[in-house]
Design a protein around this ligand. Structure first.
Ligand code: FAD
Length: 396
């Protein structure tokens, strides 16, 4: 074999640090199953969905529901009751295909279903959760408003009592799946403080319209919600939710999934790039054989391994019931920040091919711009960690 031909190697970006040895056989089997679903069902169509800015949410939710992945970390009501680590690994495999597909599962399970499971009544849990777990009912989570994203405490949406009913008024923006949802978890300000409501989207006065012209997360539905005198009965109010800590607890759940998910997107970029540099010849020999290439590959593999270790560590803390919000912030801040760096670096190695939908890297990089922003921007997570370490809040 000529010296410049790559030698066969059994080292992969996945076994470089032997991190699979930290997983149970059950977790590895689940991962294999979801990876297979992702490669066979999702990957062949993802570029088309992304390009069209359209994704068959209902169809996919029903299929993913059948696999038992929606709200899988919740107990009862048709949910699988899995470990947090197993849920994280599922997020990782879905995001290896596209962050928009992982978003579907995160919003359904960690935001909408978790809100009902944790803060709802028994009647609400029975009414909504089995259908949502099966993917027959779609949920969304309306917290962000046009003028209040990082600071949801400033929300203007109001909930006013009228006899035994509540009247909701206001607007929500950037709400994943709102225009295809059956139930919207709406957070609103009232005399009693911030309250949450499970609002059937068929309620008169509830309007959701899809937001278009996105350059990121195009394989995900994002909508605006307008609430015009939406009347709901008292039993639509999540009885245990009082104050901002309720929506923030849901965000913490979704952030946890992102800690794992971002590693999936980065892994897919790096794997694509490894395959590419092995066959692409520049200046008469494979791109893989240049030191500059190898420095990039090595640095990315190191960051990927560290991100995976961090995700698994946080998974264990969550499974032991002792994870703290600032720890989730460490994971979300680091793993998304490193994933987007990896995606962009991979793009350089693919040259012009890297800017097309033939390869996933720029699609991942663009998606990760949204992932960097939602569920707390990087700056918000820096402020969470900074406050935890110094004892001084610096949000305002
Ligand atoms: P802003 O809050 O206006 O922030 C702008 C900049 O200011 C950021 O860089 C931010 O880090 C920085 N900043 C803010 N505060 C400070 C500070 N104190 N110090 C220094 N810098 C600061 N929301 C939902 O409720 N439900 C959803 O389903 C949902 N899905 C989404 C899907 C997509 C594709 C996107 C893009 C967003 C989604 N969001 C959703 C909204 C998302 O959570 C918000 O965009 C996010 O919280 C940031 O808010 P913002 O966009 O208003 O930015």
């Amino acid at each position: 074999m000529p010296a410049h031909q790559p030698l066969p190697t059994t080292t992969t970006i996945e076994n470089l640090l032997d991190l699979d040895s930290l997983l149970s056989a059950e977790d590895r089997d689940l991962r294999t199953m979801v990876r297979g679903f992702g490669e066979q069902r999702l990957r062949p169509q993802i570029a088309e969905w992304f390009e069209a800015g359209q994704v068959p949410v209902r169809e996919l939710a029903a299929e993913i529901g059948k696999l038992g992945l929606l709200g899988m970390h919740l107990q009862g009501y048709g949910c699988s009751g899995s470990t947090a680590t197993a849920y994280g690994l599922v997020c990782q495999e879905l995001e290896a295909v596209d962050s928009g597909l992982r978003s579907l599962v995160s919003v359904q399970g960690s935001l909408a279903m978790f809100a009902i499971h944790r803060w709802g009544s028994e009647e609400q849990r029975t009414r909504w959760l089995p259908g949502m777990a099966a993917g027959e009912l779609i949920g969304c989570f309306g917290l962000t408003e046009p003028d209040f994203g990082s600071n949801p405490g400033g929300m203007c949406t109001t909930a006013r009592r009228d006899g035994s009913d509540w009247i909701l008024n206001g607007s929500k923006m950037w709400i994943t799946n709102a225009s295809v949802a059956d139930v919207a978890i709406i957070w609103a300000r009232s005399k009693e403080g911030v309250l949450g409501f499970a609002v059937p989207t068929s309620t008169p006065g509830f309007h959701a319209t899809e937001m278009t012209r996105k350059l990121s997360l195009r394989a995900s539905v994002t909508s605006e919600i307008h609430l015009d005198d939406v009347r709901v009965p008292e039993d639509a109010r999540l009885p245990e939710a009082q104050g901002l800590k309720a929506p923030l607890s849901c965000l913490s759940e979704a952030r946890f999934g992102i800690v794992f998910g971002a590693v999936g997107a980065a892994r897919d970029c790096l794997q694509t790039t490894l395959d590419y540099v092995g066959t692409r010849a520049v200046f008469d020999r494979p791109l893989a054989g240049y030191q500059l290439t190898q420095a990039k590959i090595a640095d990315m593999a190191v960051e990927l391994g560290k991100a995976q270790l961090l995700a698994l560590h946080l998974g264990r803390l969550k499974d032991e019931g002792r994870i703290r919000p600032e720890q989730v912030s460490v994971g979300k801040l680091n793993n998304v920040r490193e994933a987007i760096k990896i995606a962009r670096q991979c793009r350089t190695l693919l040259g012009a091919n890297g800017i097309t939908l033939e390869y996933p890297v720029l699609r991942h990089a663009n998606n990760l711009e949204s992932v960097l922003t939602y569920e707390g921007t990087s700056e918000v997570h820096q402020l969470v960690i900074g406050e935890a370490l110094t004892g001084v809040g610096a949000f305002r």
